[in-house]
Design a protein around this ligand. Structure first.
Ligand SMILES: NC(=O)c1ccc[n+]([C@@H]2O[C@H](COP(=O)([O-])OP(=O)(O)OC[C@H]3O[C@@H](n4cnc5c(N)ncnc54)[C@H](O)[C@@H]3O)[C@@H](O)[C@H]2O)c1
Ligand SMILES: N[C@H](CO)Cc1c[nH]c[nH+]1
Ligand SMILES: [Zn+2]
Length: 416
């Protein structure tokens, strides 16, 4: 089970699941496009085994959910919400900034929140109230006017409470690719959105990829992953615990240890084996561990290069001097530094966002944040004096490009 990995094969394997399901997901999208709500009802029966009487969750159901959730759990969700909001508030720029760059030339940026976004909160193999907070809080902080959410039925009351705490406007009980299609295209009950965010299994992720010409998406955020970079000073038990934590999400989850110490790889393997035996979600974990394992690197430089090649969703750094190499990581969704930074802290409550790119997409995208919910427009104000200052430069370059009407649009003003 715990084995040395060939890194090239391992990286290629991360995307093969997505390709495998694209055909069936296209069919699901086609049905939602053609049949709207009827398709949602039928597909929910087929994939979730539920007869959907109502697609939308009522206000009464939201309120009733609080009666079914332990008070301590509600308080923990509130505390998580406070920490997540606090970190995301720091990302909020000014709605408008203007600065005079030189006499008569003032430049700036106007930031505008999106009007209507859709959040996908997974709910197949586990309930994800934490993801309900992570997907929606940055949208609230950005000032998005309408936030809707789709999540598979039956919706766990804890997820309903989390969505309510975050301040979501509309909640729909639809999961999988059909939920993504509904939010992208719109149905009788679910109005379409400008942008869809949120993670999910391969069906959800494939649907987001297939619909990205019609709706903006955040990025592929599929089955969870962890890469741990460790040297001989690391604690094998902590590493094994972090590996099991991500493995328990999904049989398609993947975990890799990159180490400069072969003995540590063996010690982590022994801990993993011991912990799996007592794990609640043993079946899922064992399947995830089938495509997980370790790589022994010749030195720390090689280990860092290997991690950069993987571009993992989560990177845990367990070496003697982690801050000494922090700036060398080029592509990881979220970096956890030192022995006590358990990845689960970022999953739930430290305040960073846990919606992160997987399958090597951290090379192309950054994790979810407030900027995902905003458009930015540059602004300029130029006076007569400013126009004189840059007029010659504009005219000269425009004429050189042969775009004389551009040059003339400046000349005509300067001649006045
Ligand atoms: N990368 C991230 O940021 C991040 C964050 C949280 C969770 N996750 C991941 O989200 C995923 C959650 O997956 P999940 O399965 O628990 O919930 P999910 O909500 O993503 O998927 C459940 C839905 O999948 C659909 N489905 C199931 N089998 C299907 C089939 N054969 N054909 C078509 N559709 C089918 C059903 O409609 C069901 O409602 C996990 O992989 C987890 O690792 C990722
Ligand atoms: N580790 C997941 C992201 O891959 C997020 C999560 C939600 N709940 C627990 N963990
Ligand atoms: Zn997790």
């Amino acid at each position: 089970m715990w084995k040395a990995l060939d890194i090239e094969t391992w990286i290629a394997g991360r995307r093969s699941d997505l390709d495998r399901v694209k055909g069936s997901v296209s069919e699901i999208i086609g049905r939602v496009r053609a049949e709207g709500d009827d398709a949602l009802v039928d597909l929910t029966k087929k994939f979730d085994g539920i007869d959907l009487a109502e697609i939308a969750v009522s206000d009464e159901e939201r309120e009733a959910a609080y009666d079914q959730v332990d008070a301590e759990l509600v308080e923990s969700l509130v505390q998580a919400e406070v920490r997540i909001s606090r970190f995301h508030e720091l990302q909020r720029g000014r709605d408008l900034w203007l600065q005079e760059m030189e006499p008569g030339i003032t430049l700036g940026v106007k930031t505008t929140p999106l009007s209507r976004v859709g959040a996908y909160v997974p709910g197949g193999r586990a309930a994800y109230p934490s993801t309900a907070l992570m997907c929606t809080i940055p949208a609230v902080v950005a000032g998005v006017r309408e936030i809707c959410c789709c999540t598979p039925p039956p919706i766990n009351p804890i997820t309903l409470v989390a969505l309510d705490i975050a301040g979501v406007d509309e909640i729909y009980r639809v999961g999988g690719a059909q939920a993504i299609a509904a939010m992208a295209i719109g149905t009788e009950t679910i109005p379409g959105v400008e942008k869809i965010v949120g993670p999910g299994n391969v069906f959800v992720t494939a649907a987001k990829m297939l619909l990205r010409d019609e709706v903006e998406i955040d990025f592929p955020a599929g089955p969870s992953e962890i890469a741990v970079l460790a040297d001989s000073t690391a604690n094998p038990r902590f590493i094994a615990a972090d590996i099991l934590a991500q493995a328990e999400h999904d049989p398609s989850a993947a975990c890799v240890l990159v180490t400069t110490d072969a003995a540590l790889a063996d010690a982590v393997g022994a801990e993993v084996k011991r912990m799996v035996e007592g794990a609640d979600r043993r079946e899922i974990i064992e399947k995830a561990l089938d495509h997980s394992g370790y790589i022994v690197a010749g030195d720390l430089d090689e280990a860092v290069a290997t991690v950069n090649g993987i571009a993992p969703e989560h990177l845990s750094v367990q070496v003697a001097d982690p801050l000494g190499i922090l700036t060398r990581f080029r592509s990881a969704g979220s970096i956890f530094v030192g022995p006590y930074a358990a990845v689960a802290c970022g999953d739930y409550a430290s305040g960073t966002n846990h919606v992160l790119p997987t399958a090597g997409y951290a090379r192309l995208y950054s994790g979810l944040d407030v900027n995902h919910f905003c458009r930015r427009s540059t602004v300029q104000m130029i006076t007569r004096e400013g126009l004189e200052a840059i007029g010659d430069v504009v005219e000269t370059i425009a004429d050189a490009e042969g775009l004389h009407a551009h040059a003339e649009s400046v000349r005509v003003r300067r001649r006045r």
